[in-house]
Write a protein that binds this ligand. Structure first.
Ligand SMILES: [Mg+2]
Ligand SMILES: [Zn+2]
Length: 225
């Protein structure tokens, strides 16, 4: 007996947001806001994160993490810090028997302006990405809600986007997923009334809403193409 799919079966993917979906957001004392983890010790998995990755892969999907990391353009995050955060995230997932197939990030920001007080002292910001900071500032096609991260990954992995999903906790995730031609799951604990406010925005209406990753997995399982 073999569970192998015929070779002709289209490849499909679940694109998964990182911050607030796979890992918890971190309270930032400087801003007084929730933000992305910048240090490995700040990385905490969201409930059911490892289970979710294992589940989507068992259903025959590639698990591809797609995340905006504009801190690189703003100078509030270095490539090295980002790598160490990803290494920690991968390690925690591995302890739960899970791994992503790929992780793609957008390092860009339209203006590069922090907008809020910088956390990293200016002296440390200069040169942290070997001149990359300036390269990362400006428009790009991969910063969600743009679909570039998904489209490029789909090309690289020969993924059928119509058979694929985007799961995330933000409106931009839903929009990126829809623009790429995927179905989308908004992962949120907002009451439907509150979430509905998004839905009138362009491509802002998710196909499904899930209160946690277990529920998201159940939706994907039930709605296999
Ligand atoms: Mg998010
Ligand atoms: Zn980008």
């Amino acid at each position: 007996m073999s569970n192998r799919k015929p070779l002709s079966a289209p490849r499909k993917a679940v694109f998964i947001d990182r911050d607030g979906t796979l890992n918890e957001m971190v309270y930032d004392e400087t801003h007084g806001l929730m933000d992305s983890p910048r240090r490995p010790e700040q990385v905490r998995l969201m409930p059911h994160a490892a289970e979710f990755l294992r589940g989507v892969k068992a259903l025959g999907y590639l698990a591809i993490v797609v995340t905006n990391q504009p801190g690189l353009a703003k100078g509030t995050l270095s490539e090295r810090e980002l790598r160490s955060v990803h290494a920690r995230l991968a390690k925690l997932l591995k302890a739960g028997g899970a791994a992503w197939d790929d992780l793609r990030y957008c390092p860009h920001h339209p203006t590069g302006a922090p907008g809020l007080p910088a956390i990293v002292p200016t002296s440390r910001r200069v040169g942290t990405t070997a001149g990359g900071l300036r390269n990362y500032i400006g428009p790009c096609d991969c910063r969600k809600p743009k679909p570039g991260l998904l489209l490029r990954a789909a090309e690289d992995f020969a993924v059928d986007l119509r058979a694929s999903w985007m799961v995330g906790d933000g409106l931009i995730d839903v929009q990126a997923g829809r623009r790429a031609g995927c179905r989308s799951i908004l992962f949120t604990t907002l009451k439907v009334r509150q979430a509905e406010r998004f839905f009138e925005l362009e491509k802002g209406c998710p196909d499904y809403i899930a209160p946690d990753l277990n529920a998201a997995l159940a939706i994907i399982r039930k709605n296999a193409p």
